[in-house]
Design a binder for this molecule. Sequence first.
Ligand code: HAM
Length: 420
Amino acid sequence: MSSSKFQTLHGMVDILPGESEKWNWLESVIRETAREFHFSEIRTPVMEPTELIARGVGQLTDIVSKEMFGFSRGETNYVLRPEGTAPVARAYVQHRLDQRGGAQKLFYIGPMFRAERPQKGRQRQFHQFGAELMGTDSPLADVEVIRFMMRVYEKIGLANITLMLNSVGDPESRAAYKTALQAYFRPHLSKLSEVSQTRFEQNPMRILDSKEAEDQPYLADAPLITDYLNGHCREHFAQVKNLLTNEGISFTENPRLVRGLDYYTKTAFELVSPDVGSQDALGGGGRYDLLVEEIGGAPTPAVGFACGMERLMLACEALGIQIGGDAALDVYLVCRGTEAQRWAMHAMPAIRKTGQSCTMDFSGKSIKAQLKDANRQQTRFAVIVGEQELADQKFTFRDMHQSTEEALPFEEILSRLATA
Ligand code: HAM
């Protein structure tokens, strides 16, 4: 680590050359998958009104109560978005996206911000890709978004993943469950963590998501939501499971799966990997049939997911999966003297038009240093130019991989590069 005066903020990282190629590649896989599934990209601002996130994600969640990066300016309270679903729902209402007809299939890629304690797989600025299918309550939609999510991992070659599935019910089912949970936790209330005590009255389901040590002994025997689902939710859940099975998507039912956000109804899922350490959730999502209404829109059932891109990369690293990112250079113009540099500057556009990447030395290094630089960049071809080459109009075309070279006119070099 350097001793430079300014450093990235705690939990935030620079994505440097060498890494950024991997990100570009990963993003291209996501975009290509979105195209195949016919999801359209939506890009929302990184800042949103605090109230949108508080109402959307839920006042009592860790995200809203402890992890928001917010500030105010004048009368307005801003928050750096901790997730993408509430912002997409806002955009859906604001721009009347329902009027585009049919269910809307939207996807996004971008940075999210949560003031969590950083550790491996957990950052304060991290990146998600996600999708939202809005305007249908069909279980087919639940399976379509799960299939989109799984397809990205399949393309990357990450097979060692488990889809955990649960239903968190609707308000009616949850009211019955809430009563059962309160009855269960009440005798232990004074021994629960302070934060769980505050959640007990309003949202005891949040207690199940607690990471506090004091709460752990009481979580294992807590009642399960699946025993309190009403007929409608049970039927939806059964259909989702049935469709997943028919589509060959394996899953593990986990009746203890509660997500960290309050907007979920019915289907909830998480994708976990044993290869990323303690932060093992690669992604998660579910149905949120009431969110759009909650933030002021017309009733709009919807379902979606989001996945952490850093965690995906960690899983690839752990499993030795090489992800994209070919940073190698195609052509390096090695120049001896300023005339040669001028020639090279003029030659580069024609080389680039052949589709090959191309650069040169701008600082007048020695030939040896330029060739070393070319090697460092894993360059495939070097074109060497000096006074003699300019006089002869024949340039040394070196295949750096084969260690062969020929003196060729520039036109011939271009035609070789066009087919290389
Ligand atoms: P989430 O479970 O809060 O869901 O986040 C989704 C994924 O983002 C996590 O599984 C994890 O991979 C990644 N993630 C979350 N926090 C961090 C962090 N601090 N550092 C690194 N990665 C992180 C949502 O955000 C929902 N909006 C998903 C959704 C979409 N539900 C419906 N539609």
